[in-house]
Design a protein around this ligand. Structure first.
Ligand SMILES: [Zn+2]
Length: 321
């Protein structure tokens, strides 16, 4: 079999964008679809205002890759929120990705406990559940709880697809503070009678799973981070005729604003804000740092007075006569 057949011949793998890459692809025979992701400049920008230890950056990067792969595989308009809160040294992980692939993320951790924690996911996160919430622009939220104990992030996401979409899915994630990468492959849903029989589809997918297994070791994961996404696809599936569905952009976008932070402060009320300004530690300044992007918002006594005054005027009364 030639390396590339069918429509994939028309794609020049080496002229595709480098650095940040997201490809949706499928096998020509309709058995399998997948998403390949690698983020370098965008991932670095997302965490540059944080001092994440290597193990936190790695885990958060994997969570970002996993969440972006999910959004790229699911059909919905809205937002996906992936959250883990356990009792481990890394006490909180949050990733939010919109359906147009804008993401933000954050983690909280304890340096002392992390320094003596083991390498296993449970050592770092503790026991708990990964909470996956789909928040569609219209319609009801869908929430799924997946225990992380003994499984890990990859298996937890695979479990989500099995549970909620009944689609066999394989996923491998790999991240450092410099680059995050992931590959997701999924058995195609059987629609319109054009699919091979269920048994044939399953055995075909088993073979794909074996190819994905080659990424699981440390060498494979390193390859995911260092090799460009099209190159990785080529190495894994060069015996298959592949079709690239689309190439999409992923961006880091926090969405926090001074106005939004001000509204949050105003909701605390005059007494609490004045007490904060009066306390010795704050030196007449309220400082709020965004947990996601690290932006710092400062409010002095005059700013606070403005917040409280504008909040006390009902918009309807001030604009209608
Ligand atoms: Zn922010």
């Amino acid at each position: 079999m030639s390396e590339m057949t069918g429509k994939s011949e028309s794609i020049d793998w080496h002229n595709l964008p480098q650095g940040d890459e997201l490809f949706r692809f499928s096998f020509e025979d309709g058995r399998v679809r997948g998403v390949s992701l690698r983020l370098e400049p965008t991932w670095q920008a997302a965490i540059e205002n944080h001092d994440y230890p290597a193990s936190v950056a790695s885990l958060l990067g994997q969570a970002v890759a996993g969440a972006v792969l999910m959004v790229a595989s699911l059909k919905f308009q809205g937002r996906l929120v992936m959250q883990f809160a356990g009792g481990g040294p890394i006490s909180l992980l949050v990733v939010q990705v919109t359906s147009d692939r804008r993401f933000r993320c954050m983690a909280k951790w304890d340096d002392d406990r992390l320094a003596v924690a083991g390498d296993h996911l449970e050592d770092q996160l503790g026991r708990g559940q990964l909470v996956l919430t789909i928040e569609p622009d219209e319609g009801a939220r869908y929430q799924s709880l997946v225990p992380i104990a003994g499984a890990g992030l990859e298996n937890a996401i695979e479990g989500y697809f099995q549970q909620s979409e009944q689609l066999p899915t394989r996923l491998v994630l790999s991240a450092t503070g410099d680059v995050t990468a992931g590959m997701l492959v999924q058995q195609m849903p059987e629609t319109g009678g054009i699919m091979p029989s269920r048994g044939a589809a399953a055995s075909g997918f088993e073979h794909v799973g074996k190819l994905m297994d080659t990424l699981l070791g440390e060498q494979g994961r390193q390859e995911m981070r260092t090799v460009s996404a099209p190159e990785l696809l080529h190495r894994l599936f060069h015996q298959e005729a592949l079709r690239i569905q689309d190439v999409a952009r992923v961006s880091f976008n926090c969405g926090c604003t001074r106005e939004g932070v001000g509204q949050m402060l105003a909701s605390l009320g005059r007494q609490e804000l004045e007490e904060t300004l009066d306390s010795e530690e704050t030196s007449e300044l309220i400082e709020i740092r965004c947990d996601f992007c690290g932006s710092l918002y400062r409010f002095d006594r005059v700013d606070v007075e403005q917040l409280l005054t504008s909040d006390s005027v009902a918009p309807a009364e001030s604009t209608r006569h």
